[in-house]
Design a protein around this ligand. Structure first.
Ligand SMILES: [Zn+2]
Length: 405
C-alpha cells in the first residue's frame, strides 16, 4: 500500500459490509469512485485497502444540544421544567455563568465524544441566536485542526500503512439549527434572516414559548430546515391544552407550520399518530433523554404503526451521552423492535430526515461515508450481526483515528 493508492479516483475497500437497507452481511471488495459507491467488484484488484472489522453505514445523531456539554450532570433528579425551561431553567443560569472559553472547550470535547462513538453527522439545536451558532462554528474549526495531515501523519493500523484521508477520518459534521432570541415581530423577522445566513435552519424549544403569530412568521421566513420540540412531557401538553385548547402536536398541525421534523413526541395519542402520518411529519425520538428527565417514553410502536419516519437523537449533552449505540441498545431492550429497524433509525432515516443526500446506506449511488467497527469481542462469533452491533458495540469498538489526544 502506498500513498498513491488513496490518491486515485477509485478506492477499493476490502472488508465485511452491511449492505443495503436490509443490512445484508457481505464480504468483498467495494469500489468507491470519486466518493460514490459503485458496488462490489469481482475483478482482481491488487491495491485494496483491507479492513478487518465491519463497515456499516454512517451513524447519525439527529438531535443534540452540544452547547451544554460544559455543564454535565447539573440538576440530577430535578424536573425538566426546573432544568431547561427558558429563560430561567438551571441550564440557562449555569450556561450564563460559563466563560466563552469553557463553552468552546466543552463543545470541542463533545465533538470528540461524537467522533469516538462513530457518529459522522449530528443535528444540533444551537441556542442563543447568532452568538450560539458562532460558538459552535469556532469550536468546530478548532476541532478540525486535529484532522490535519501534519497532526495525523501515517499510521500502522489494521488497514496497514494508509494515510488518513476523508474516507477514514471524517469529522462529525454539524447540521446547525439556530434559535432566535427576540420576540418583537420586526426584530424577530430580521433575526431569523440573519440566523439563516449562517445556519441550516431553525430549531425551537417548543411551541408553548411562542404565539400563533410568531410561529407563523418564523416558519414563513424559514426556507431551510424547521424543527421544534413537541409533546415532550405531560406538563407541556397540559399547558398547551389549557392555553390553546389543543396539544402541541395538534397546534403545530392546525397552524400549518409544517415542520421538517419534530423532536420527542414522548406522548402521542392514536389520533396524533394519525395526523403526523397524514401531514407526513417525521419524528426524532430521544428515549434515553426522556428517561433521564423522567417524563415517560415515546410510543414508538404507535409511530411505526402509522408509518411515520422515525429518527434518533440523544438530546442534551448535559443529561445524556451522545452515543447512538447506547440509544439503539436502550430501544431494543425497552421496545423489542427488529434490530434492523432500529439501525435504520440511526442511519438512513436520520439521513433522510436531515436532508443529507446520498448518506445513510452502503449501496450503489450512495456516498462512500462509513462508520468502521473494529474486530473486537463485541461482534466476534455473532450469529446476528446487526443485533450484536446495536446492543453490544460501544465507543471502544469504533475505529477512531483521533481519539488519543
Ligand atoms: Zn432537545
Amino acid at each position: 500500500m502506498n500513498k498513491n493508492t488513496l490518491d486515485r479516483d477509485t478506492i477499493y475497500l476490502k472488508s465485511n459490509f452491511l449492505y443495503g437497507k436490509d443490512f445484508e452481511y457481505k464480504r468483498g471488495i467495494l469500489a468507491v469512485e470519486e466518493g460514490i459507491i459503485k458496488g462490489f467488484t469481482r475483478e482482481h484488484i491488487r491495491d485494496t485497502i483491507n479492513y478487518k472489522g465491519i463497515v456499516i453505514p454512517p451513524l447519525i445523531n439527529a438531535h443534540t444540544h452540544i452547547g451544554d456539554n460544559a455543564i454535565k450532570d447539573i440538576g440530577i433528579n430535578k424536573t425538566l421544567d426546573d432544568l431547561v425551561k427558558p429563560p430561567n431553567g438551571l441550564k440557562h443560569r449555569f450556561l450564563n455563568s460559563c466563560s466563552e472559553e469553557q463553552l468552546i472547550n466543552g463543545i470541542i470535547d463533545g465533538l470528540h465524544d461524537l467522533k469516538s462513538n462513530g457518529i459522522l453527522y449530528f443535528c444540533d439545536f444551537r441556542e442563543n441566536g447568532i452568538t450560539g451558532i458562532d460558538l459552535l462554528k469556532r469550536a468546530f474549526a478548532k476541532f478540525k485542526e486535529y484532522f490535519t495531515e501534519e497532526y495525523l501523519g501515517w499510521s500502522n493500523t489494521l488497514c496497514g500503512d494508509i494515510q488518513f484521508n476523508n474516507l477514514f477520518n471524517m469529522p462529525p459534521s454539524p447540521i446547525i439549527l439556530g434559535r432566535p432570541t427576540t420576540s418583537n415581530i420586526e426584530e424577530l423577522k430580521k433575526e431569523i434572516r440573519e440566523i439563516l445566513k449562517v445556519a441550516d435552519g431553525i430549531g425551537l424549544s417548543g411551541c408553548n414559548e411562542y404565539s400563533d403569530e410568531e410561529l407563523k412568521i418564523i416558519r414563513k421566513e424559514d426556507y431551510k430546515i424547521f424543527s421544534i420540540h413537541a409533546n415532550e412531557h405531560e406538563n407541556s401538553i397540559k399547558y398547551s391544552k389549557e392555553t390553546y385548547g389543543k396539544s402541541e402536536i395538534e397546534r403545530i398541525i392546525d397552524l400549518k407550520i409544517n415542520p421538517t421534523f419534530i423532536i420527542h413526541a414522548t406522548h402521542t395519542t392514536p389520533y396524533e399518530g394519525e395526523i403526523l402520518r397524514e401531514y407526513n411529519i417525521p419524528v426524532v425520538v430521544c428515549p434515553r433523554a426522556n428517561a433521564s428527565f423522567n417524563v415517560g417514553l415515546p410510543d414508538i410502536h404507535n409511530l411505526l404503526r402509522n408509518n411515520i419516519l422515525i429518527g434518533l437523537g440523544t438530546d442534551n449533552f448535559m443529561a445524556n451521552s451522545p452515543s447512538i449505540f447506547k440509544e439503539m441498545d436502550f430501544i431494543y431492550k425497552i421496545y423489542h423492535i427488529d434490530p434492523k429497524e432500529i439501525l435504520r433509525f440511526a442511519t438512513i432515516n436520520n439521513g433522510k430526515i436531515l436532508g443529507l443526500e446520498g448518506v445513510g446506506l452502503i449501496e450503489e449511488g450512495y456516498r462512500g461515508i462509513f462508520t468502521f467497527i473494529k474486530d473486537t469481542p463485541s461482534i466476534r462469533y455473532s450469529k446476528n450481526i446487526v443485533a450484536s452491533i446495536i446492543t453490544r458495540c460501544e465507543r471502544g469498538d469504533i475505529y477512531n483515528f483521533i481519539v488519543d489526544r
